[in-house]
Design a protein around this ligand. Sequence first.
Ligand code: DOR
Ligand code: ZN
Length: 431
Amino acid sequence: MDRVLIRGGRILDPSQGRDEEADLLIEDGKVAAVGAGLSAADAEVIDASGKWVAPAFVDLHAHFRAPGQEYKEDLASGGRSAVAGGFSAVCCMANTDPVNDDPSVTQYILDRAEKESPARVFPVAAATRGLQGEVMTEMAALKEAGAVAFSDDGAAIMDSSVMRRVLEYSKLVDAPVVVHAEDRSLRADGVMNEGVMSTRLGLPGNPVEAEELHVARDVRLARLTGARLHVGHVSAGGSVDLIREAKEEGLSVTAEVTPHHLSLTDEATSGYDTNTKMSPPLRTRKDVETLRKALVEGVIDCIATDHAPHAEYEKAVEFAAAPNGILGLETAFSIVSDLVRTGEMTPLQLMERMSTAPARIFGLDAGSLKEGKSADVVILDPEATWTYEPAEGFSKSRNSPWSGQNLTGVVEATFVKGRLVYQAGRGVVIQ
Ligand code: DOR
Ligand code: ZN
């Protein structure tokens, strides 16, 4: 299929501020034209009337578990999960086994992804060896091997002078540092947000201040070094003020928020469901409201899933003992499109937060429907409903708080490099 004509959809291209009904022609893997009344003799035609046609989503934060923990997810299952969620590009965190702190691991991930994943995969390399927060990785060599950013995600860097050096060196290689902002000494053994709910449930709490302290520290270190700081999975309302101030000052600071932190609160943990356990934890209604507002205003730049698969038996333990994290890729659009249904955001703004903005932050050539760009395209039905059953999805894991729920907003089709890799009802197509 060399030519595809996506006809009559609502074109939403944030990279050009475009929101209009039009056709989109894909030719030889690229966007050939966007406009009204296009025709192409031998093209396969897809009717998109009533649907949104946008740049496919870009996820700056996911855990694909390869190498080492392929029983949770591998590059094939993760990649399929991604395209089923409308994502054409996924940045994979470094907390694999072995850790992605060496160019050979980066290369391994890229090689496997090339063979197995229908989505593009961009490795994020570790900032410190073994995620130990002590010895810096060889950033230049890792970047050379294909790393697009550096992060010790999952394990905050406690030593401020190490963090300072990480930022200094990241500047030399011109790559962003994604920070897992959490003062581990203040978090202590906290397993959920510290507050009324943790008290009621008798679970050790993790206060918002643990996040805010590190955001404050790292913003100041970004000022000191001039580096590109990207704050991962913001969960606390108080972090938003710090990020806003940093931006007002002109620092190179960006931030992301997950679908779950935009939609769920610590009340979801009332039944001790381990599929509501993640790091950072779900916070309060007030935090959720602040995060939503910050995303609308652009203080938080983008949405990232923190897709974190864990095997069923690993989550089937008491709350405090369960690993952190939930699936995110296949439900992301349904969950965050609520921001459009409530009128908080326009469709164009939402698409920007899911494609153009994340691509810009990591400097990826994605998130645009300009003519000549790679045809990474998603077709969405914002009003259709579906029931999410992880067992029927594409991830190897099932740890989702939305299991069995009716959700609104369906990914109809995903194209990567002009190839139809996912179509609703047909599963992952990959031609
Ligand atoms: O919930 C999380 N899960 N947060 C992290 O920072 C790490 C991740 C994981 O690797 O499972
Ligand atoms: Zn993560």
